[in-house]
Design a protein around this ligand. Structure first.
Ligand code: AR6
Length: 169
């Protein structure tokens, strides 16, 4: 069974096998956690992303999927980039958000990662309500069939931390 831990803080400071990035389908960087990972991880991550774009991904990484790159200067072996869905009040996209967690664990597990750090995917720029984002994250990781031994949710602020803590209670 995969152990779940909660940490309040900046995911770029974590020391784990794989750090998950809440990216966009261009894989060319952005704001939020994506910007922070590229800033602290350095240019090697973007170089890898460009290579993936050229070699496999064509127009970009589809929502709900995940790919791995080097972690550059971060204290991790890989960054796993996943593309969360933009929240919609009229369309149920929760399957895509669950897929981000599942696919990231699959990619990390295939690489041999035993510890994986996740941010609260889609709950920033992409507008997903925090409580629901936390529920989907925790339910999906709990149900995942994975060789990853520890998942660490790294929550940037108290509100996010509390939302995840409520799901674990
Ligand atoms: N460590 C941990 N969590 C963080 C950090 C950090 N350093 N920085 C922000 N968060 P967001 P999204 C939290 O917007 O909603 C980017 O521009 C933040 O408080 O980073 O999936 C991409 O390129 C929030 O709870 O990702 C995409 O275009 C959570 O991480 C788009 O944003 C996710 O917020 C993706 O939007």
């Amino acid at each position: 069974m995969t152990a779940i831990e909660l940490v309040r803080g900046d995911i770029t400071r974590e020391s784990v096998d794989a750090i998950v990035n809440a990216a966009n389908s261009s894989l060319l960087g952005g704001g939020g956690v994506d910007g922070a990972i590229h800033r602290r991880g350095g240019p090697a991550i973007l170089e890898d992303c460009r290579r993936l774009r050229g070699a496999h991904l064509g127009k970009g990484l589809p929502t709900g999927r995940a790919v791995a790159t080097t972690a550059g200067d971060l204290d991790a072996r890989w960054v796993v980039h996943t593309v969360g869905p933009v929240y919609s009040a009229t369309e149920d996209r929760s399957g895509l958000l669950a897929s981000c967690y599942r696919e990231s664990l699959r990619v990390a597990g295939e690489l041999g990662a035993r510890t994986v750090a996740f941010p609260a995917i889609s709950t920033g720029v992409y507008g997903w309500p925090m409580d629901d984002g936390a529920r989907i994250a925790v339910e999906t990781v709990r149900a995942a069939d994975t060789t990853v031994e520890e998942v660490r949710f790294v929550l940037f602020d108290e509100r996010a931390y509390e939302a995840f803590a409520a799901q674990l209670r």
